[in-house]
Write a protein that binds this ligand. Structure first.
Ligand code: OGA
Ligand code: MN
Length: 288
């Protein structure tokens, strides 16, 4: 059995079949997947069943793993697994309840943002036969390539500030009063500066890095000009022609390349509708 890759229609994503992620994969299958990940940015595997150990083994084919700064949401026995869930146990969230509420790129608030992430769906909410809690991915490379030449020139050399605090401020503004970082988490994640357009370390494709979740402002522009340009770029990146919407089924594994993409979790469900996924996060390099 060797993995088969079928690209989706549109700018981003491919389905992968003929592979069982609970098993050790040989070098040739690993290479097929790494190439497909670089080429299509989002890979969708259906009907998988993986333990945390198997998910970790699979994830390590693609690089080394992060342990997330929000330590209260880590898997107890496997801290490299981040629990994404709205489920409560003894009145406490067992995982991060709104992991992707705003369009973002994982860990873009760190000096070295994540190269990629992998989500494994265990419980997915639904209502009257309709699946809730979809996730969208946008190709910020396709979005960059579609910009007029003059706009691409305008973006050249610009840098912006990124911060995890921005996400928490937005959550509080949106009425989530419990959203709070510990003093230690604030200390560990000082704001960082990255270019607003970055180059992919493998494919050399350029893509737009500024994102609604983490970018606070563009350096060297007035408050108003920065906000105007950011909102223009965000609206552009997330146009339907650049996006793929994933309707989850339990047993899905979706892995993505964080460099040329952003993603958004649609938070359209609430308890007693339960949502539970396991995520692993690949380390990355400083954007350039
Ligand atoms: C994430 C994330 C999206 C989702 O885990 O990085 O953004 O749909 N999750 O839960
Ligand atoms: Mn995310």
């Amino acid at each position: 059995m060797s993995p088969q890759i079928e690209a989706f229609d549109g700018a981003i994503g491919a389905a992968v079949t003929d592979v069982d992620l609970s098993q050790d994969l040989d070098a040739s299958s690993q290479k097929t997947l790494i190439d497909a990940w670089n080429a299509h940015s989002v890979l969708v595997f259906r009907d998988q069943k993986v333990t945390p150990e198997q998910l970790l083994r699979f994830s390590r084919y693609f690089g080394s793993l992060e342990t997330h700064v929000l330590e209260q949401y880590l898997h107890r026995e496997h801290p490299e697994v981040l629990v994404v869930s709205n489920i409560l146990k003894d009145g406490k969230n067992i995982g991060i309840p709104d992991a992707g509420r705003y369009w973002h790129t994982d860990l873009s608030y760190l000096a070295e943002p994540s190269r990629g992430s992998i989500l494994y769906a265990i419980e997915i909410p639904e209502e009257n036969g309709e699946t809730l809690g979809n996730t969208l991915w946008a190709s910020t490379a396709a979005a960059y390539e579609a910009l007029p030449e003059a706009k691409r020139k305008q973006l050249e050399g610009l840098t912006a500030e990124y911060s995890l605090g921005n996400r928490f401020n937005k959550l509080v503004e949106d009425g989530n009063k419990d959203a709070k970082m510990s003093a230690e988490q604030i200390d560990k994640t000082p704001p960082v500066t990255h270019p607003i357009v970055r180059t992919h370390p493998i494919t050399a494709r350029k893509s737009i890095l500024v994102n609604e979740g983490h970018t606070t402002h563009i350096h060297g522009l007035s408050e108003v000009d920065s906000r105007t340009l950011l909102e223009e770029l965000w609206a552009h990146c997330t146009k339907p022609e650049f996006t793929y919407r994933h309707v989850w089924q339990p047993g899905d594994v979706v892995m993505w390349d964080n460099v040329p993409t952003q993603h958004l979790a649609v938070c359209d469900y609430a308890l007693p509708q339960r949502r539970l996924l396991h995520r692993t996060t690949l380390t990355g390099d400083r954007p350039y």
